[in-house]
Write a protein that binds this ligand. Sequence first.
Ligand code: GFB
Length: 321
Amino acid sequence: MPNEVIFPLAGKRVWVAGHRGMVGSAISRRLERENCEMIVAGRDVVDLLRQDAVEKFMEREKPDAIFFAAAKVGGILANDTRPADFIYDNLVIETNIINSAYRSGVSKLLFLGSSCIYPKFAPQPITEDALLTGPLEPTNEWYAIAKIAGIKLAQAFRKQYGADFISAMPTNLYGQGDNYDLNSSHVMPALIRKAHEAKLAGADSITIWGTGTPRREFLNADDCADACVFLMKTYSDFEHVNVGSGEDVTILELAQMVCKVVGFEGEIITDASKPDGTPRKLMSAEKLEAVGWRPSTDLSTGIRGAYNAFLAGEMSLRPTP
Ligand code: GFB
């Protein structure tokens, strides 16, 4: 039975590290259906960058399971301009959580990585075994190195101590609770904001970064959360698992879809002075499909949902300086 539940969550103490982020909050929402006991701790309770604080927190709370969604994340420009933050924060958070999870007897941990761990020119669709087979995309190699280290930490604790630590590699995610700051966001929230503000201003055009030709695969954060819960309950193995939608679009096609949903009818201009990043990163969904999971939200429906969430939270948007 590929999708047999080997680790039921009902009755367990579960900590979602990073519960305020887009993925962490989606996992927390999804866990409401699992009848587990949620441990909730913000930065005021435990600073994940401090080893001592994480160890004490873990000893005190003794979670049975951890969804490791805490990370320093950002879009292509943030990654490219703040390499030290992206490599240092992520490495420190990973070593702190994974080591103390093992020391305090956590039964299961799911580490979340990113599709940027794969080589820039990996054969498409990218299978899990493409990891460490070639050079990384330079705009995000710092973040990618940290995420590869996270996978390796989980594997090392499994190999040396038999810890049931697994890893999931989500593709580009979007949805409720995204970051709409244009300097640090990913492409989806940026396009939603740009199209919306252009519509309100009666502008003739929006400008997108790069050439518009790179291809990206998008997955709704709620689908990603569902996959994470599925893997936590059913998967226990050394190798990480791709979590994607199995389909990709060009950035120009994505911009056209977003403009349609938002109702902006002006021109889409490309700005080739901004980086394109990796030309394509479509992950193979075969492994996850083989164990019985598929996403349920198509891209158009997902963009509509994200735009509605954007409209609902619009007043609290952080300004783009
Ligand atoms: O989503 P994004 O920032 O990250 O950009 P990556 C994807 C593509 O969209 C790039 C283009 O080709 C961008 O040039 N793009 C067009 C824009 N307009 C915009 C815009 O207004 N804002 C943004 N942000 N992009 C990230 C990595 O790579 O993906 C991270 O840097 C992580 O490490 C994440 O892996 C999932 O897909 O290029």
